[in-house]
Design a protein around this ligand. Sequence first.
Ligand SMILES: Cc1cc2nc3c(=O)[nH]c(=O)nc-3n(C[C@H](O)[C@H](O)[C@H](O)COP(=O)(O)OP(=O)(O)OC[C@H]3O[C@@H](n4cnc5c(N)ncnc54)[C@H](O)[C@@H]3O)c2cc1C
Length: 322
Amino acid sequence: MSVLVYTENWDGKFKKLSFELVSYAAKIAEELNTKVVAVSIGNVEKAALAELGKYGASKVIVVCNGELNNLDNKAYNAVLAQAAEKEGANVIILAHNNKGKALAPGLSVKMKAGLISGVTGLPSSYSPMVVKKKSFTGAAFANVKVLSEKSILTLFQNSYAVVEKNIEPSIEEFAPALPAINTQVTNVDKVTGKILLSDAEIVVSGGRGMKGPENWSGIEELAQILGAATACSRPVSDEGWRGHSEHVGQTGKIIAPNLYFALGISGAIQHLGGVSSSKCIVAVNTDKDAPIFEAADYGIIGDVRKVLPDMITAFKEFKASN
Ligand SMILES: Cc1cc2nc3c(=O)[nH]c(=O)nc-3n(C[C@H](O)[C@H](O)[C@H](O)COP(=O)(O)OP(=O)(O)OC[C@H]3O[C@@H](n4cnc5c(N)ncnc54)[C@H](O)[C@@H]3O)c2cc1C
């Protein structure tokens, strides 16, 4: 028995998300009195692979095959299913990100394993597996029970803290049989020099209270000072003030940063559905009765055109003095 975790890499590097997944898997393995096996697909340096032990992986299975340079769900799921079979894994953990969400349903069918997607905490029971997850875009919780012997869980970013264990993992190459790959990626355009919204620990977000696209320089400046990504409410992207890639909420991206600034955002339920898992929400709004203040940890009642420049000055001074 083991707990298998798929640790995605980005250009050969693991991110904090990978360590969160391994830490989460390690806690489940501890409760099941078993070990964690991490699966890494692609070229990653040995030192980086060994780092997975720092968070609780006892073994790292490495699959390097040029056929897997681009994501092909069938091929990746063949790798994960064979690794799970080889390691006798009954619990498989993936990230609840684009790749994890693309892979998990197919893997669940292939392995005849129950899938609980978008979990944010540890199982409350293991036999049967029961995990609490948000449903109705965060308006309710569901305790989902898996009836099959095997379970697949996809974990939201920033929902489980990284915990150090300091294990020295064994690193093993694995060459599973791959199915015929029928898709070919001909071109990849990557966003460079920007912090991706899905990866960001801090997000500075603006709503219609910002009044117009010409006022976004303050949001960008604050984001740059804090090393944050920028986001917006849906009407802002509908109006074309910002691109749709920044729209968060029920119909946009669902994010869970450590810190979310909601500037001139009313806090409609559809918006909160995408951001309510943020660890800390700071809201600025002129309306003391705006619903965002119900969700916020810190609220400033004021005009964002006055408060934002003051925040920028304060953060600049803080950074300069530290
Ligand atoms: C099916 C459906 C799906 C939806 N999906 C989404 C979604 O994914 N994401 C999303 O965001 N919305 C979504 N919406 C829209 C949502 O209901 C709200 O209309 C939207 O979130 C409001 O955006 P807003 O807060 O930027 O604008 P508004 O509602 O116009 O609020 C602007 C806020 O700014 C404040 N304000 C005004 N001037 C200032 C100032 N100078 N300084 C400080 N504060 C100021 C106001 O008090 C107000 O609270 C959806 C709606 C539907 C029906």
